[in-house]
Design a binder for this molecule. Structure first.
Ligand code: FES
Length: 510
């Protein structure tokens, strides 16, 4: 078999590829993580690359999904082409991810001054704009993190930075994306506001990438960086925004636990310490805390992006067309976001599917698909469609097992370290971007959540973003709050923790 060279001209990278391999697969295997919502079926149109030499003839899918201008410019879909020669291409820094915007038509406009809250997640970036006088929100926006091209998890991205010296480039990409989300959101308002401040929260690796800080101490033992422990402020002009305003980053907690979790705790300010409580912020970097009146124990674990629809063959984020709930009652009953034709499966849909499959013996306790229900490709058909069928693959189930095992093992260790048993938790807060649609009983069935009374769980949505809004509105009391709880905060570290590793293996089973 011949080997060919794929040259990514604008990153000055050569990748060696065997022939007859999908270009999308080889780029992703090399750590590029090209966006693909349809897992290479040629229906989402997301896996765009620019061919420089040779430029292949467009396929039918490309003629349907790309504009004439794009086709003329050499843009093609990576999933549509196999490697059968040396290829030069460009992964354009300008290729944009969709930005989803929701405008609050009922907001009370009391001023022109806006506060902007940003939750910089490993997989997605969320933004909310607030009228600083009326305190109403004006728009909310969401887009994928542009760095998912360089690995779905933060560890891959840290490796890229350290090995390939891409710090400045990553920082530009992130600020460029935040800026374009902001511009898109503001363009939906019918007046020109003045931005007074922006609060950005995120896990520690992402914030290091954003500010191009030395990440080496975070990437390797002692997994602790000297940066971001204090409130950080700087001028927007420094990072290429047209307007002049202050950017504020609340203090981080330490290790991988960043200002996003500080924001979650600030959001839960009134609930901490009164009762025995817990919170899980379900994201690619899963952060969690457990508390009683004496203190808060916090930790984080690499949960992976499965519950955000990534690394799942037909996974997608929770936008229109995503299967968000699923039930088996003689046949499969599917509900999608926006009640449109199913295009893929988002996190809450995955939990429902797995739970129903476990209850109906489609999959065994060890995660293996019952061969009675799978086809020769080790997958189960979820939605039948002549052109765009949706399947759940065996490897998807493994990804979900890894994620749920990481979260549940971290929670178990946190409970043991704190001495607060999970049965005794009175308020269990679930934060995250699919927190509002999750079926709690199904999440318990798959082992993501502990078996406690259903009514004790409280879905609180994107609490990091809500905490960032609170910082926007009252930064001083946020800083004081964090100072006050500092002595009662205990960071439980799971890196190299044997108990965590043992529990993780145990939790892999359903
Ligand atoms: S069109 Fe290529 S991955 Fe969806």
């Amino acid at each position: 078999m011949n080997n060919y060279t794929i040259t990514i001209v604008n990153y000055k990278i050569d990748i060696t590829s065997p022939s007859k391999v999908s270009l999308l697969n080889i780029l992703n295997r090399s750590g590029m993580n090209i966006p693909s919502y349809c897992a290479g079926r040629g229906v989402c149109g997301k896996c765009k690359v620019r061919f420089i030499d040779p430029i292949p003839t467009p396929t039918k899918a490309e003629e349907k999904l790309l504009s004439n201008k794009e086709i003329q410019n050499g843009i093609r879909l990576a999933c549509q082409h196999f490697v059968n020669s040396n290829i030069s291409l460009e992964l354009s820094e300008k290729f944009d991810f969709d930005i989803f915007i929701k405008v609050n038509q009922n907001h009370r406009r009391k001023s022109n001054t806006l506060g902007i809250a940003v939750d910089l997640g490993t997989t997605t970036i969320y933004m909310r704009a607030i009228d600083l006088e009326s305190r109403d929100w004006l728009f909310e926006a969401m887009s994928l993190n542009p760095l998912i091209m360089f690995g779905a998890d933060v560890v891959s991205r840290m490796t890229w930075i350290i090995e390939k010296n891409k710090g400045a480039f990553f920082s530009r990409q992130l600020f460029g994306k935040i800026s374009s989300i902001l511009v898109s959101g503001i363009s939906k308002l019918n007046y020109r506001p003045q931005i007074r401040k922006m609060v950005i929260v995120g896990n520690n690796p992402m914030m290091h990438l954003l500010l191009n800080l030395d990440i080496s101490k975070l990437a390797f033992a002692p997994y602790e960086s000297p940066y971001l422990h204090k409130p950080t402020r700087f001028d927007s002009k420094k990072y290429g925004f047209d307007e002049n305003f202050e950017i504020f980053i609340p203090p981080s907690i330490g290790g991988f636990i960043g200002s996003d979790f500080s924001a979650v705790l600030y959001f839960l300010e009134d609930s901490l310490f009164h009762k025995r409580g817990a919170v899980i912020d379900l994201g690619t970097n899963g952060e969690m805390g457990i508390w009683n009146k004496n203190g808060v124990f916090v930790t984080s674990t690499a949960a992976g992006p499965a519950f955000e629809g990534m690394k799942i063959a037909h996974g997608m984020v929770a936008i229109d067309g995503a299967i968000e709930s699923f039930k088996i009652n003689n046949t499969f009953h599917i509900k999608t976001v926006g009640n449109t034709k199913p295009k893929g499966i988002c996190g809450s849909g995955l939990i429902d599917i797995l739970s129903e499959f476990l209850k109906n013996n489609f999959i065994h306790k060890n995660g293996r698909i019952n061969s009675k229900f799978s086809d020769e490709n080790d997958r189960i058909l979820i939605f039948d469609d002549p052109t765009d069928p949706i399947y759940l693959y065996q490897k998807d189930i493994r990804e979900i097992q890894l994620s749920k095992a990481a979260i549940s093992a971290a929670l178990r260790v946190l409970s043991e370290e704190s001495g607060i048993t999970l049965d005794n938790i009175e308020d269990f807060f679930l934060a995250g971007n699919f927190g509002n649609t999750m079926n709690i009983e199904n999440a318990v069935t798959v082992g993501l959540l502990p078996k406690i009374k259903k009514e004790r769980f409280k879905l609180i949505g994107n609490a990091a973003l809500k905490g960032a809004v609170k910082f926007c509105l009252d930064e001083r009391s946020g800083i004081d709050f964090l100072k006050n709880i500092d002595e009662r905060l205990k960071h439980v570290r799971l890196e190299n923790d044997e108990k965590f590793i043992e529990t993780f293996v145990e939790m892999m089973k359903f």
